[in-house]
Design a protein around this ligand. Structure first.
Ligand SMILES: Nc1ncnc2c1ncn2[C@@H]1O[C@H](COP(=O)(O)OP(=O)(O)OP(=O)(O)O)[C@@H](O)[C@H]1O
Length: 332
């Protein structure tokens, strides 16, 4: 097994200053009694709303934090106790933080990391060549990192994370702030690493598109607890029951004459978002009907926002069922 998380909880303790002399202790339960396993070569997404505990979970798995309760094994090691040994076998990319030297070109960081990981000179040269080709870095390899675009920086960031050939790559919001093209490049690279180079990927993202293209498995966290553990395919089948159609009409529509199963999700002047229940009707039919009866400037079809899927998971009573099941197991 690549990763084994057994009944892990993580609490943060904060001290609030109250007046001149008093301090009040506040305990935040970021992760509550979480268990899961990841087989080698899988790609797992950890998703959930803000504050759900995703980053805390990634930090626990990398050994940056130690659990308050429970145990974690990553590649047969305790990530917190064996952190330096584990560092040779795993890697992490945090979208909001950089491991590249800001005022130096990326090539300098690669060479420095080569030294840190004790990679032999010839081998390092070979690996850098491979990564430069894979991530198409040659045109900006000698420019200071501060002068790179966000997309170029993220490609260098992931290349740097791979210099020591890690078995597991942890990514916390790797596509945050990237434009459509840069995001797509990063996603393709991550998918290739997982599918063809056997790198296990653990990813957090707020973007359902990223998650679907990279990962096979998903864990949904909310308020520190697992509310759903599933294959992405199953989650789509069970919970993605709707699509959002965004239409920009030539002028504000009076009567949309909507089919059953279609509701107005949002409206801002001539821009209307419709939610289509896929169990009741077909998206193509809805689009054809609207285009036939109205002057339309633009139409886009999207998946519903992650937050609304999570809300749906709750409304479907899934989490309550799961909790009841777990309690029954514990009692048994
Ligand atoms: N260093 C810290 N000290 C105290 N509380 C923290 C710390 N880091 C996180 N928390 C709290 O723990 C909870 C979980 O935070 P975490 O960052 O793990 O969530 P997240 O799912 O990654 O959220 P986001 O999507 O916003 O990044 C939140 O209530 C957060 O305020």
């Amino acid at each position: 097994m690549c990763i084994e998380v057994n009944r892990v909880s993580k609490q943060y303790t904060l001290w609030k200053i109250k007046g001149w002399t008093r301090r009040e202790r506040q305990v935040i339960e970021a992760v509550k009694d979480v268990s899961f396993r990841v087989e080698p070569g899988r790609a797992l997404a950890l998703i959930g709303p803000n504050g759900a505990g995703k980053s805390t979970m990634i930090k626990l798995l990398c050994g940056i934090l130690s659990p308050t309760q429970g145990s974690i094994r990553v590649l047969e090691m305790d990530p917190f106790k064996d952190r330096s040994r584990l560092a040779y076998r795993i890697s992490s990319v945090f979208g909001q933080r950089s491991q590249l030297w800001y005022h130096l070109p990326p090539i300098d960081t690669f060479q420095l990391l080569g030294r840190i990981y004790d990679i032999d000179r010839v081998e390092l040269k070979k690996r850098m060549k491979e990564l430069i080709e894979l991530f198409d870095l040659s045109s900006f390899l000698y420019q200071p990192v501060r002068k790179l675009s966000l997309g170029q920086r993220m490609r260098c960031e992931i290349a740097a994370a791979l210099i020591h050939k890690p078995k597991i790559l942890f990514l916390d919001e790797p596509t945050i702030g990237l434009d459509v093209v840069a995001r797509s490049t990063v996603i393709d690279i991550l998918r290739d690493l997982n599918r063809h180079r056997n790198v296990t990927i653990i990813l957090t993202s707020h973007d359902t598109g990223d998650i679907e293209r990279i990962c096979e498995d998903v864990i949904v966290l909310n308020e520190g607890k697992i509310v759903l553990e599933s294959k992405i395919r199953e989650m789509r089948k069970n919970f993605f029951h709707s699509k959002i159609i965004e239409i920009e009409f030539a002028e504000q529509p009076n009567d949309l004459n909507l089919l059953p199963g279609v509701r107005v999700f949002d409206q801002n002047g001539p821009v209307v978002k419709l939610e289509v229940d896929l169990k009741t009707c077909d998206v193509n039919e809805v689009v054809s009907r609207i285009v036939a009866c109205n002057a339309v400037r633009d139409i886009t079809i999207q998946d519903p926002p992650l937050e609304s899927i999570i809300q749906h998971i709750y409304l479907s009573g899934y989490s309550a069922e799961r909790e009841a099941g777990q309690n029954a197991q514990i009692d048994g």
